[in-house]
Design a binder for this molecule. Structure first.
Ligand SMILES: Nc1ncnc2c1ncn2[C@@H]1O[C@H](COP(=O)(O)OP(=O)(O)OP(=O)(O)O)[C@@H](O)[C@H]1O
Ligand code: SF4
Ligand SMILES: [Mg+2]
Length: 320
């Protein structure tokens, strides 16, 4: 039986369409549609896809910041315990759960309070947690965790504006680690960084994951970076998971036309049409990628492709 620390089953989430030209009536954005996957204990699951495909919405449902419209998210703290349904947790249990499954924000420039010292930033929410050890011990732990992320203990007395983008991301990671979590949900934490700094942060995350025995959800739009870093990858398009495979397998043989387009970059040789992923604002009857796919046929416009499996590589495309 699979040992998933987090298991997402048939989860969907929609939002009322924000004000604007297309808003009005009861129109909604279908941000996540019937998505299922699991984060194996001690491993890294990557979610990859273009802007607006539903990555952050999925992450926010996992940490209990959004409640799914349908489906369940279950968290199993250890292999022998039963999973708990995250949506069913009351306020107190949800707080305890969020200590164990930590969300690391996409944008540290906005999520680190510029008026606080780094030490205070790291211990700010720790103070209200069930594992807070008191002011002095928390200060010592903040300095230890700064060393663990490759900064200096003295950095606790400085302010976020004194640090580079990569260093700020290290502070964000330190703030998550001080709670001693089981799972880190890393939402585009390297996307805004230079390639060499990205590599340093990924190496750091890998070391921390191994030394602390963490499981990771790694969200990114870069499929190559994700294949390098993750164990398993799910490719999302317009709120749908369209392909899932072990990272090495996906890198060798991506099967879905959209995954192949992501590997091809802007000038992809596969022929997918340039453009942006649109948001889904109505019921989808066909393949969500049909409007960009060079292989689209009439069945693609009328029927949502079912999953097809080859071992643990699965893909949703009529072509295959
Ligand atoms: N709170 C909200 N209210 C209304 N619409 C929302 C809300 N959150 C997300 N959406 C919409 O849901 C869709 C998915 O958004 P989401 O932020 O999950 O995408 P993403 O894959 O994380 O994108 P990015 O790569 O830009 O971060 C988008 O169309 C977005 O506009
Ligand atoms: S189902 Fe059809 S439109 Fe969708 S990816 Fe496959 S071939 Fe393209
Ligand atoms: Mg996002």
């Amino acid at each position: 039986m699979s040992d998933f620390v987090v298991e997402v089953s048939n989860v969907s989430k929609s939002f009322p369409l924000e004000a604007g030209f297309f808003a009005g009536g009861n129109r909604r954005v279908y941000a996540v549609n019937d998505v299922s996957f699991g984060i194996r204990r001690g491993s890294t699951y990557g979610i990859v896809g273009e802007s607006g495909c539903g990555k952050t919405t999925t992450a926010r449902m996992i940490v209990g910041l959004h409640r799914p419209d349908a489906g369940t998210i279950s968290y199993k703290p250890d292999s022998s315990s039963d999973g708990v349904d995250v949506s069913s947790l009351g306020r107190r249990k949800l707080r305890l759960f969020r200590e164990k499954v930590k969300y690391i924000f996409q944008d540290p420039a906005h999520s680190l309070n510029p008026r606080l010292s780094v030490g205070d930033i790291i211990t700010d929410s720790y103070r209200y947690s069930s594992v807070y050890p008191g002011r002095r011990a928390a200060g010592d732990e903040a300095r230890d965790v700064l060393s663990e992320v490759g900064l200096s203990p003295e950095d606790a007395d400085r302010h976020p504006s004194e640090f580079s983008g990569g260093q700020r991301q290290r502070i964000s990671i330190a703030r998550g680690l001080i709670m001693k979590p089981d799972v880190l949900v890393c939402d585009e934490i390297v996307s805004a960084l230079d390639v060499s700094v990205q590599g340093q942060i990924l190496n750091l995350l890998q070391d921390i994951k191994e030394s602390r025995g963490l499981s990771l959800l790694f969200i990114a739009h870069d499929l190559r970076v994700s294949c390098y870093f993750c164990d398993t990858i799910g490719v999302m398009y317009c709120g749908f998971l369209v392909e899932e495979a072990p990272a090495a397998d996906l890198y060798r043989t991506a099967l879905h036309p959209y995954s192949r387009m992501l590997f091809g970059g802007a000038g992809n040789s596969f022929g997918a049409k340039a453009g942006e992923a649109r948001s889904i604002t109505g019921v989808v009857s066909g393949c969500p990628f049909a409007h960009r796919c060079p292989h689209s046929s009439s069945v693609c416009l009328s029927e949502l492709p079912p999953w097809k499996y080859d071992g643990n590589h699965k893909v949703r495309c009529h072509l295959l």
